[in-house]
Design a protein around this ligand. Sequence first.
Ligand SMILES: NC(=O)c1ccc[n+]([C@@H]2O[C@H](COP(=O)([O-])OP(=O)(O)OC[C@H]3O[C@@H](n4cnc5c(N)ncnc54)[C@H](OP(=O)(O)O)[C@@H]3O)[C@@H](O)[C@H]2O)c1
Length: 175
Amino acid sequence: MRKSKATILSANLEAIDCSVEASWEADIIIVAVPFEAEKDVARKIQEVANQKIVISISNPLNSTYDGLVTAPDTSAAEELQKLLPNAKVVKAFNTTFAADFSSPLIDGKQVDAFIAGNDESALQTAAELVSTVGFNPLVAGDLTVSRTLENMQLLLIQLNMKYNYNWLAGWKILH
Ligand SMILES: NC(=O)c1ccc[n+]([C@@H]2O[C@H](COP(=O)([O-])OP(=O)(O)OC[C@H]3O[C@@H](n4cnc5c(N)ncnc54)[C@H](OP(=O)(O)O)[C@@H]3O)[C@@H](O)[C@H]2O)c1
């Protein structure tokens, strides 16, 4: 019998209730907190994030989900890079819903996961991570492309609410 990718993947997990200690242990740091909390977390992990890949997953949504709180000439990812100047910030995993992680295949198609960043080797490592968890990685450009990626998720949220996708929807480039 052919096993699916989800069946054969496994991981050892350790929960650490301290962002500094967890970041110290990590090779790749994923800051999975709301945009508003990133300043606080970045301040705590700044030293231990030195030269590490830090994934910006956040979407800086306003409280009514019809706009972003960031100015048009920046993004959550770029703001995180300013807070962590010695880290390699990569935008990834923001254009998907939480439910897509357990099911990155929708209607038989692998969901695309867009990646943006300024460091080539960090982009490659992030693409491998994205692929390992089941998405199709697409490097979209440098960190400024995060502005578009964060707006893409805003649109996906609005479409989800309009058409009732049940929070299981994703982007797919057909070519
Ligand atoms: N949910 C999605 O479908 C989705 C999709 C794409 C991207 N994202 C992005 O992923 C991030 C997390 O989303 P979520 O839905 O998981 O949010 P969430 O349910 O609000 O979870 C936030 C987590 O952040 C922690 N947190 C909040 N403030 C903190 C602080 N100051 N220091 C340390 N930890 C803090 C919370 O811990 P406590 O519970 O202990 O307070 C909680 O575990 C957000 O930036 C969001 O934009 C979410």
